[in-house]
Ligand binder design. Structure first.
Ligand code: FAD
Length: 425
């Protein structure tokens, strides 16, 4: 399809004419079709790289439920007053205009694997030769007894960014000195392992800046240990002495449930009251991946470590949080890295372009206090069983202020770079 035509089709699809895409194995111009479900860190990157690498040789359609995407990454910086919500919110215009990607702003309802077509909520069908599934996570609300989608309006999770993040910030900003915050982190595996503890740090930063020294942040963790624990513990002691209290299951004995009306979290040991309770439930692959039979009993989707190809269906690739990515954590960095491997393999499948050996990377930065960020990261390669870590690094305790400031500045640069890499702008 010529660039101009592709661009025009993108605008048409964005205007809601998804039914144009009737099921057939190749597009109207006879080129193979790639459909991507989910326009987040993984899916939008994959769509962009396939469109960039294949040019007019592949017709790329991106199906995304929302018209705009607010990044979970850096959403803690918004909670801490370091960033605006607008600065972490992005659109799909450049992917349509500059890369000729057909943007279909609709919820994908189901995947018909036999017919190789995606059914949209409005009944439209979009046919594919290769499908990339990157729907992120599905929150398992009832993993915490008493918690539900409705309860999340009172005890926000803010683990899917957007309205939930704004709600959590509004509730947090309204707290008075002496009021208590309770955070209930999720069990493994979940998106962004250090993020609940970065969230506690930015909350403490704001409370300290406001002079709310009588306030407390209680973390009731279902896990006996957590990511970057020594670094967070050192930072909390240094900057916020006595303000952040973390309890693992050996102390609280287990989370028995929450009572949203009373604002309480019940554990075996005691019942904790929070003026603000941030419950982050267990997670699994986005619903559409489960419904399509792409997940196993773990709730996540097995993939071939060398290509991100689904182990359940060779015409489908699963990326990002929804995938079982071996040693890689669930992060935007990881999803973006996996998307490039999948894009290369998809292009190889459909245009016979060269496919190079896969390698992956990840780094996660966490802000503890102004200009004090720590990081953890690794390089990965596929083995027969999994994506395996080949080398890794982590910040050390007692590092200089200069090193920590450099980490923070590096994270700012990373954000600019990854947003350009995902959305093309
Ligand atoms: P997502 O980015 O969630 O994208 C999935 C998309 O699919 C969404 O836009 C959704 O609307 C769409 N979708 C789902 N189902 C459908 C459907 N049926 N039809 C159409 N569209 C659908 N990662 C980092 O690398 N660095 C960080 O500093 C970092 N900080 C974080 C802080 C917090 C508080 C949180 C919660 C996460 C953080 N992460 C971070 C993790 C990161 O946000 C996720 O790992 C990443 O977004 C995963 O990308 P994804 O493409 O798999 O899913």
């Amino acid at each position: 399809m010529a660039a101009l035509t592709r661009r025009r089709f993108g605008l048409l699809a964005a205007a809601g004419v998804a039914n144009l895409a009737a099921p057939s194995l190749v597009g109207a111009q006879g080129v193979p079709r790639v459909v991507v479900v989910g326009g987040g860190a993984g899916g939008a990157t994959a769509a962009r790289y396939i469109a960039m690498d294949a040019g007019d040789a592949i017709d790329v359609t991106l199906i995304e439920a929302n018209a705009i995407y607010t990044t979970c990454f850096f959403s803690n910086l918004y909670l801490g007053g370091f960033r605006s919500l607008a600065s972490i919110t992005h659109g799909y215009d450049t992917l349509a205009a500059d890369y000729g990607i057909n943007i279909v702003n609709a919820r994908a309802e189901a995947i018909d694997r036999e017919a190789k077509a995606v059914r949209l909520a409005d009944g439209g069908r979009v046919a594919y030769d290769r499908l990339v599934v990157a729907p992120g996570i599905d929150l398992v609300y009832d993993s915490v007894p008493g918690y539900s989608r409705e309860a999340a309006e009172i005890m926000p999770h803010a683990w899917e960014a957007g309205p939930q993040t704004r709600l959590l910030k509004d509730r947090f900003d309204a707290l008075e000195d002496g009021q208590q915050i309770v955070i209930v982190p999720p069990p493994n595996p979940y998106r962004c392992p250090p993020a609940p503890y970065e969230r506690a740090s930015v909350f403490a930063h704001v409370l300290k800046a406001k002079g709310h020294m009588a306030s407390r942040i209680i973390i009731l963790d279902p896990k006996p240990k957590f990511s970057k624990q020594a670094l967070f513990s050192e930072g909390w002691e240094k900057y916020y002495p006595g303000m952040v209290e973390w309890y693992g299951p050996d102390v609280h004995g287990g989370i028995k449930g929450v009572d949203p009306a009373a604002g309480t979290v019940e554990t075996d040991f005691d019942t904790f009251h929070g003026a603000l309770v941030n419950v982050i439930p267990a997670q699994r692959a986005g619903l559409i991946a489960q419904d399509a039979g792409l997940a196993d009993e773990s709730g996540y989707c097995p993939i071939d470590p060398a290509s991100m190809r689904s182990r359940m269906d060779e015409a489908i690739f699963v990326l990002g949080d929804a995938a079982i990515a071996g040693d890689m954590p669930k992060s935007a960095f990881a999803a973006n890295s996996q998307a490039k491997v999948a894009a290369m393999t998809v292009c190889g499948d459909l245009t016979r372009s060269e496919v190079f050996p896969a390698s992956y990377a990840n780094t996660c930065w966490s802000l503890i206090e102004t200009d004090d960020s720590v990081k953890v990261g690794a390089q990965y390669e596929p083995t027969a069983e999994k994506i395996a870590s080949t080398s890794h690094f982590i910040s050390q305790t007692h590092e200089s202020a200069k090193v920590r400031k450099a980490n923070f500045e590096e994270s700012l640069g990373w954000y600019v770079g990854i947003i350009a890499d995902i959305f093309g702008a």
